[in-house]
Design a protein around this ligand. Structure first.
Ligand SMILES: O=C(O)CCC(=O)C(=O)O
Ligand SMILES: [Fe+2]
Length: 302
């Protein structure tokens, strides 16, 4: 199946039949849409969450600033010189009830907002684990591989106006983690992903579906087999744009290493073992945001 743009579309209710398509999408694009995920994350919860996210990001700056970092870059990000139209709130470890609860308290969430956030965090976490598992199975790997990997959660707002049409919303980057579930704005476009040819492809809004991105950890963990997709957000319309991103990062303390099945004499190990935390620090200190930092952790035989 192919969407309006050329992003692959994966039907979650059609497994294992869709397994080869899933692997192909991850190898060729590092990006795909999923449909039919309603048994885990229904469209009604997605729209409820979208409303909550809108009100949280409308809070006064002094309240948003209470959403402090747990790991570098996990809390409130105010508009900056690099991304002046963009701001975000976030939390580290969305599988932890305490972390979700602390986030809600920082932002004075009402009981009903809190209930929505808790339900959304649980559902999206279950979904990201399910998709990770399906991908591992598609690659012929057995066993639970992503259990206990922390997830980061971020809600994004783009303050687009008539004057900003044509300018950048978020600079080109890859996600640093393994797998991202993005609930992109259901009406306002602007997200673009880089295809294999190196040109950007617009990701058109498609309400009720989700976009999946693979990040730098997926490229390293798969020994270079899976693609860490470069993407950016451009201002196309003079309207506020909201999106909700959930990132499955990497192993908590262990180093990232490819499963033995993905390494052989034809595919020598490309990256030295490193922890997600060290890699995140490397990206921040070098300001290499679009996957280039992977070149700094390559083995000498690659
Ligand atoms: O807002 C979007 O559509 C993309 C956001 C994104 O790329 C991110 O949060 O890493
Ligand atoms: Fe991203």
């Amino acid at each position: 199946m192919v969407a309006g743009s050329r992003i692959p579309v994966i039907d979650l209710q059609d497994f294992p039949a869709q397994s080869p398509e899933l692997v192909k999408a991850c190898e060729e694009w590092g990006c795909f849409r999923i449909v039919n995920h309603g048994n885990i994350l229904p469209a009604s919860l997605m729209s409820e969450m979208k409303r909550v996210v809108g009100s949280l990001l409308d809070l006064p700056p002094e309240i948003k600033r209470r959403n402090t970092d747990v790991i570098a870059g996990s809390g409130y990000m105010a508009p900056s010189q690099i991304n002046p139209l963009y701001e975000a709130l976030g939390l580290y470890d969305m599988a932890s009830y305490q972390a979700v609860d602390a986030f809600c308290t920082q932002l004075n969430a009402s009981p009903s907002q809190r209930e929505t956030i808790v339900r959304y965090a649980q559902a999206v976490h279950e979904l990201i684990m399910d998709i990770g598992q399906k991908l591992a199975e598609g690659l012929g790997l057995a066993g639970v591989l992503f259990e206990g990997w922390p997830c980061q959660f971020r809600i994004n707002k783009y303050n687009f106006t008539p004057e900003t049409v044509g300018s950048s919303g978020v600079q080109i980057h890859t996600d640093s983690g393994f797998l991202t579930i993005l609930q992109d704005d259901e009406g306002v476009g602007g997200l673009e992903v880089m295809g294999k040819s190196g040109s950007f492809v617009a990701v058109d809004p498609w309400p009720g579906t989700l976009l999946l991105n693979l990040g730098d950890m997926a490229a390293a963990w798969s020994n270079g087999r899976l693609c860490n997709v470069k993407h950016r957000v451009q201002c196309k319309e003079a309207t506020t744009r909201l999106s909700i991103a959930s990132f499955l990062l990497g192993p908590k303390e262990a180093t990232v290493e490819p499963p033995p099945e993905l390494v052989d004499s034809e595919h020598p190990q490309l990256y030295v073992p490193f922890t997600y935390e060290d890699y995140r620090k490397l990206r921040l200190s070098t300001k290499l945001q679009a996957g280039e930092a992977l070149a700094l952790v390559r083995t000498s035989n690659s």
